[in-house]
Design a protein around this ligand. Sequence first.
Ligand code: SF4
Length: 286
Amino acid sequence: MSTFGKLPPWLKRPAGSGNTFNHTREILNELGQQTICTNANCPNLGQCWSRGTATVLILGNICTRNCKFCSVGKGKPLPPDPDEPNRVAQMAKRMNIKYLVITSVDRDDLPDGGASHFAAVVNAAREAVAGIRFELLVPDFKGCQDAALDKLECALPFVFGHNVETVPSLYPKARTGGNYQLSLELLRKAKNRWPDVPTKSSLMLGLGETDELVIEVLNDLRNVGCDRVTLGQYLRPSKDSLEVLEYVKPEKFDWWAEKAKEIGFNWVMSSPFTRSSYFAEVESTD
Ligand code: SF4
C-alpha cells in the first residue's frame, strides 16, 4: 500500500497475493487496461484484486483537473482510445466479472465530458459478458451535464455514482475546479431522469471536516434523492497530496453508518478502508 506518513494500527493492510490476485494482475497488464486501483494507490488493491475485482479507469490516466486529494496524473489528456471498449470487454470476460465499476478522469476537454465513451464501454462489456451489471462513477460533467446524461441513456441500467468527496468549505483546498452545487445538481438530474436508477456518492473523512458539516452534506445528498453513500478514511496517496488531518477511528465510522441510515440512505458503507467502489456489488448493507 502506498501511503505517506505513519499509520495507526487499524490502517495496516496486507499486500495482495495468491492465484486470483496474480491472475487479475496478469490480465490487466496484458491488456494494458488502466485501473483506479493503481492510479489512486488504493489501499484495498490487494484485497480487491485477490477477490477478482478491479475498478477500470477509462479515458486515459491524465486528468484535466488538479484535485489535491488524488494522485492521478494531471495535464493534457490524449483523445479517447477507440479500442478501450473492446479492451474492457475482454477484461470483464477473462476475469468473469459480474459487477463492473467504471470510472474516469475528468475530461473537461471533451464536449460530452466523456459520457459517450462510458456508454460504449458499458455496451461492449454487456455484449461480451451475459448478465454483467454496472456501476458508473462519473465526473461532474461541468458545462455539459444534460448532454452527458443524454449520452448515457443508451447504456442503462447502471448504478449512477458521482462523488462529492468532501464538505463544500474544503473544496478550494481539496477539489480545486470542482463545485459542490454542480455535483449535487448532477445527482439530482440523474435521479429526476431515471427514478429507478440508484444514485450514489462518497465522502472522505480526515481532511479537517467537522461532524456538523458532514451531516449537512449527507442531508444535501438525500435532498437530491441520493440513495447510497460511502464514507472512508482519506489517506495521502502521494507526497504531493494533502496531509491527513485526522485518522478517524473505526468506531466512529460505525457511528457514521448508523447516522447515514437514520438520514435515509438505503445502502451505506462506512469504514476506514471504504472507497466508493469497495464491495460495490453487494446488494444490501443492512
Ligand atoms: S476499493 Fe475500488 S479502487 Fe480500491 S482496489 Fe478496490 S476496486 Fe480498486
